[in-house]
Design a protein. Structure first.
Length: 292
């Protein structure tokens, strides 16, 4: 995040900072803390690395004091008898502006730090795969954070890399691997009924069956073994810093396609999504690592 990303809000904050510095009342601990934290966000230039740069994501919070000061200064020019109404009007205007900024239609959402190929894949999943379907994600650098998988708006499972390593050592394409529910699903609240809530269970089946009623937090899920021929949707990513794991995942993709029981329903330069035509039957072709 750079200063340019602050946009018009940043300009108002800058004006508020200047007005505060030239004002007679400069003794404000809030302002001092805001300036201090703002300066910290640039210390990555001196070698503090990502820990300093992380503060940039909180600029809107750090600088909100100066934003408010600029608005206060502008309202001070209004006649006293109209000032109360002006404050209400300004508050409603700013509230409406911020509320509109929060709402972004899905077709206009931006992937942020995610690469465009995975983002395009997630937006495609949102619109084209049934809402209650589960997606099984094979190894890829961009897929290791559970929060990333939430963008697909489907229940997601991640491959356990240890099972891939074991299959590589045995030089075979296995049918059984361990998949874990995407991080933090088990710790989040969900609607059990219109008037009650629950927590995501370890093994959700559909969106209507993901909640367990009660107020006790479920222990986060752990990877468990699944037959890949029971999984209808498989998500493969061709990019990874760990080439053996990535290459093996692509070999599994090839085996699924050669098994003639699946089809590729989506593909771009980085991502391939495979759908099984029928689950519960032998779905992989006759392929080994030595011939892949």
């Amino acid at each position: 995040m750079t200063l340019v990303d602050l946009g018009w809000i940043g300009l108002i904050c800058l004006a508020g900072l200047v007005l505060f510095l030239i004002s007679k009342k400069k003794n404000s601990m809030v302002a001092e803390i805001a300036v201090f934290l703002f300066i910290i966000s640039f210390l990555n230039l001196l070698g503090l690395g990502k820990r300093a740069a992380t503060h940039r994501w909180f600029w809107y919070i750090y600088l909100c004091f100066f934003f408010g000061y600029a608005v206060y200064f502008a309202l001070s020019f209004i006649k006293k008898e109209w000032r109360t109404y002006a404050v209400y009007a300004a508050s409603l205007f700013l509230l409406a502006g911020f509320a509109y900024a929060v709402y972004v239609p899905s077709e206009k959402q931006w992937p942020g730090v995610m690469d465009k190929y995975n983002w395009e894949s997630f937006t495609w999943i949102q619109k084209n795969i049934p809402e209650d379907a589960q997606i099984f994600y094979w190894y890829g650098d961009a897929l290791q954070q559970g929060a990333v998988l939430y963008n697909a708006q489907h229940i997601g499972y991640k491959i356990n890399p240890e099972y891939i390593g074991k299959a590589i050592q045995e030089r075979r394409v296995a049918r059984v691997y361990a998949f874990g529910l995407a991080d933090s699903y088990a710790a989040y609240l969900c609607d059990a009924t219109p008037f009650s809530y629950g927590y995501y269970i370890v093994n959700p089946k559909t969106r209507n069956a993901t909640c367990m009623k009660g107020s006790s937090v479920i222990t986060p899920s752990v990877p468990y073994e699944r037959d890949i021929c029971e999984n209808e949707y498989h998500y493969f990513n061709a990019q990874s810093s760990n080439e053996p794991l990535s290459q093996y995942s692509l070999i599994v993709r090839q085996a699924l396609l050669e098994g003639n029981m699946s089809e590729e329903i989506y593909r771009n330069d980085l991502v391939s999504i495979i759908k099984l035509k029928q689950t519960g039957v032998d779905c992989i072709g006759n392929i080994t690592l030595s011939t892949a």
